[in-house]
Design a protein around this ligand. Sequence first.
Ligand SMILES: [Zn+2]
Ligand SMILES: [Zn+2]
Length: 584
Amino acid sequence: MYQLRDYQQEAVDATLNHFRSTDDSAVIVLPTGAGKSLVIAELCRLARQKVICLTHVKELVEQNHQKLTALGVDAGIYSAGLGRKDTQNKVSFASIQSIARGLEQHNEPLSLLIIDECHRIPKSEQGQYHAVIQHFKKLNPALKILGLTATPYRLDSGWIYQNHYWGFARETDNPFFKKCIYELPLRRLVKSGYLTEPKVFDAAVAHYDFSQLLSNEYNEYNEDQTPVEQQLNELVSKHPRVTKAICEQIEELAKNRLGVMIFASTVEHAKEIMGYLPAEHSQIVTGDTAITKRDQIIHDFKQQKIKYLVNVSVLTTGFDAPHVDVIALLRPTESVSLFQQMVGRGLRLHPNKQDCLILDYTNSGYDVFQPEIGSQKPNSKSQLVQVECPQCEHQNIFWGIKAADGTLVEHYGRRCQGLVETLDGEFQCDYRFVFKRCPYCNEENDIAARHCQHCHERLIDPDDILKKALNLKGHKVIRCQAISASINGNKLTVRYHDEDGEELKQTYNFDFTKGRDSFNQEFARRLGGGTTPVEFDKAEQVAPFIEHLPHPDFVIAEQTKRYWQVTQLLFDYQGPYRKANEVR
Ligand SMILES: [Zn+2]
Ligand SMILES: [Zn+2]
């Protein structure tokens, strides 16, 4: 008989509470090693009507099934790989492949469909998962769908859910799941002693420089793409001495350790690594290793007959050898989630280990406990910063840059991620830190928006505006690097300076609504990177803020009879044209 841990009970309670009030699909996020099969078992035990739990591999079908039967509950298995196709039980555990092929055998409505490793559901509404879900939705339109995963973020399509119960929304479109209803941070698991403490060792002796590769191929990087594989091979084969030195260090550091998992970049790289390790204590598993051979190797590794297990990302999920106490990363990592997943292989509890040594030879800079942000680190100086929304007070976590004393210099957040409760439900706060204004209805839009989200007019691309102004006679474009301002009565004059000392100027007359509004909308609204918007009634009120006024990236002017008249300011420009002081 199992006893649920506190957080497992919390996850169960969160599920019951959620589905008591809505049929919206929900996700639970539990790190590897949190024991999600026990959460699944408890939910199945409590269910009054029929439940199916789907997974993609037979090992997980078996593991989940075994946890429930240990609670004394009868349950079926529907998996060709396990040689069982039960359909009569109240609860059954099924493999997605088998059930997708045998849907006609499942004609009873379910109350709950649980999907383990639910980040595998593709975003496009195709494939086996969607076919199975549609089938059961037809049988019961009020079907409740619960997903469980350790990695709610996909490299190809982003976040798998929209809203989070901590009160924020994710930047994502049309995710499969409506809401994350429970999430357990890895740190809490380690702190409570349910996982082994990771000990990050600064492996300074040598490391690979994958930075070039990652910055170019970050989005495209993918295990099966030959060009990337080739690049990786070229990169690591150029540095045989680095690989040799790394292997020597691993062996030295692992002298008094039990089991070492090494993650290599490519198959060739893995073979090279094998050549530097003690042959009688090392084995390799790749995608091509025959299943029986692979099972034998894994068995020997778990029995500690061999010490070193080299693989090329085939052992990231569903592999469990608790004695592992060294994780060596020799392959670039696309996301912090994947990094954490690999590290997670070494965090299981084992009587003979105190901690797990993490050796990162890729210089990734990832933190074992860092939450996934869902966007690539914009530059090496960036760190996670907290930015309060001036509208709803939500504390956003964005990439940004802090000064040495901790004050915020700039941040790269675009829209507030806070959730706001309304009579119609929860919605993402509509405050934007950066924006472009629609020339037709004057409303704010995302800087990358192509159509106004309010009036649906097409928004002109800033690049087209620039291109046109650069080519038109009687037009001037300034690459603005700074502004200055002076006040004269109720008038405020702004001067835009470019890198070569040229300038344009523009006067806002605060006696008129138009002058006041346009100054407030362009400049006052953007104070502090949009974190501290202000509204001014009189020109003189601007005086203490002059130094802090944000400058546009480009200023466009048109020649009139006597002077250059500023016609457009482009703020927050992102595109091919170089901005002032930008090195390209
Ligand atoms: Zn907000
Ligand atoms: Zn509009």
